[in-house]
Every structure is written in C-alpha cells, then in structure tokens.
Ligand binder design. Structure first.
Ligand code: ADP
Ligand code: MG
Length: 222
C-alpha cells in the first residue's frame, strides 16, 4: 500500500515540489506522468526511502518513511523495494550473472544462484547470463535490470522512465513485463514516465478500483 499526505520535497533552496495525496491498496498500478522536471523521479526516490520528505507523510508497504532513520531505510529498501532506475547501473565490467550476484550480496541476502537463475529465466534472459552489459540490446538490458529489481520479491516495484530509448516493440515488451512481474509477485507497481506510449500500453482491464491510477504530478509555481 502507498499513502501520502501533504508530501513535499525541496532540493536545497530550490522550489518546493508538492505531491498529491494518495491512498492506494496493495496491488495497485500507479502511473506518474507529467512533463520533465515536474517531480516524478523525486517522488520515486522518496518512495524508495532514498531521501526523506522535507515535510508531510509517506507510507509505503505500511512503513512511515517520513519517520524512518537512514539505517532503517537502507535495510527496509533492500527488503521491500524493487527499483528499476532510469540509468540501469549495470556494472560494465561484470557479466549479467555477476551483476545479479552483486545485487544479492548488496541486499545482505545469502548468495543463492538458483534464485538468480529463476529470475533470469522468468524475464527470458537466462541465455544472456554470461554476457557483459555492452553485449545487450536496450530491451535486453532493461529485462536484466528488472530481473535484478525483483530478485527479492519486493512489495513495491518502482520504475523510472522504463521505456526511454526503447523502440515501440521493446517499449511494449518492457511495460508488459513490468505488469506481469508485479502481478505474479502481488507487488504494487509505480511507473514514472513522460512517455505517452506507456498509458496506451496499460490494458484497460486493470483500470478502475485496485487497478490503474493515473496521476499527474503538477509542477509547482512559486
Ligand atoms: P522528473 O523526473 O519529473 O523529470 P525530477 O524529480 O527529476 O523530475 O526533478 C524535479 C525538479 O527537481 C526539477 O526542477 C529538477 O531540476 C530538480 N532536481 C532534481 N534533482 C535535483 C538535485 N539533485 N538537486 C537539485 N535539484 C534537483
Ligand atoms: Mg525523471
């Protein structure tokens, strides 16, 4: 579940970003749309407890992130959040499999090669396990990053511009995989994007209650 009240964030002495109040049950797909610079990536960073709100409250998966210590936030994030960042941050010096193992290590979980294999298999990239990131297409790299994000069965999957730099076919594939993965893991899914294709790719049958919640983030004017 995701709930927020009067959530605000301010970078230094920049303008205050005000976010709309939310109250979403577990299993929701939330689309954060709006123009570049309106605060989509900032909202994701708050929901991943990478930063604390400047004011207001934000609960994600029942945790009050506005009242969490940085130490608790790091531990909670590893357990609860699957983050698909805009820049994928795959290590160029490591194979796909080694990138996955590093993520497992960083989360504090014991090494579990079978789990890595299963995640790569589910995302259809098992045969790429020994490649370097430079040997992957954009869509393949996106699949690997998603496999890494969901390695620990997160409660919430956060995806930042998951279709950026993908052609129409790879974009449809990426959105379909995000939806299927969230559904299979009973996770909530938040997609932040300024790509108008994404709203069209989310099928109407998940509209409505417990389903798709389009959210425009508005740019705050001082
Ligand atoms: P979006 O993802 O919707 O494009 P962002 O959340 O990245 O928007 O940015 C929201 C606003 O905050 C923009 O005006 C941006 O310039 C500003 N901003 C983002 N990151 C930083 C930062 N690290 N320091 C200062 N300002 C930032
Ligand atoms: Mg952004």
């Amino acid at each position: 579940m995701i709930r927020s009240q009067s959530l605000c964030f301010r970078y230094g002495d920049g303008p205050t970003l005000n976010f709309p109040d939310l109250d979403l049950p577990q299993g929701t797909v939330l689309l954060l749309s709006g123009p570049s610079g309106c605060g989509k990536s900032t909202w994701l960073a708050l929901a991943a407890a990478l930063m604390a709100p400047s004011s207001g409250q934000l609960w994600v998966a029942r945790e009050p992130l506005h009242a969490m210590s940085r130490v608790a936030a790091d531990a909670w994030r590893a357990r609860a959040i699957g983050f698909l960042p805009q820049k994928l941050h795959l290590s160029a010096a490591m194979t796909v499999r080694q990138n996955m193992a590093m993520a497992q290590w960083a989360s504090g979980m014991p090494q579990d090669p079978q789990r890595i294999d299963a995640a790569l298999q589910t995302l259809g990239v098992a045969e790429l396990a020994h490649r370097l990131p430079s040997q992957l297409s954009g869509g393949q790299a996106q699949r690997v990053a998603l496999a890494r994000a969901v390695l620990l069965n997160p409660l919430v999957i956060l995806a930042d511009e998951p279709t950026a730099s993908l052609d129409d076919e790879a974009a449809a594939d990426a959105v379909g995989l995000l939806l299927a993965t969230a559904r299979a893991q009973r996770a909530s899914l938040v997609i932040a994007t300024h790509d108008a294709r994404v709203a069209r790719l989310i099928p109407p049958e998940i509209d409505g209650q417990n389903g798709f919640q389009p959210l425009q983030l508005k740019r705050h004017q001082l």
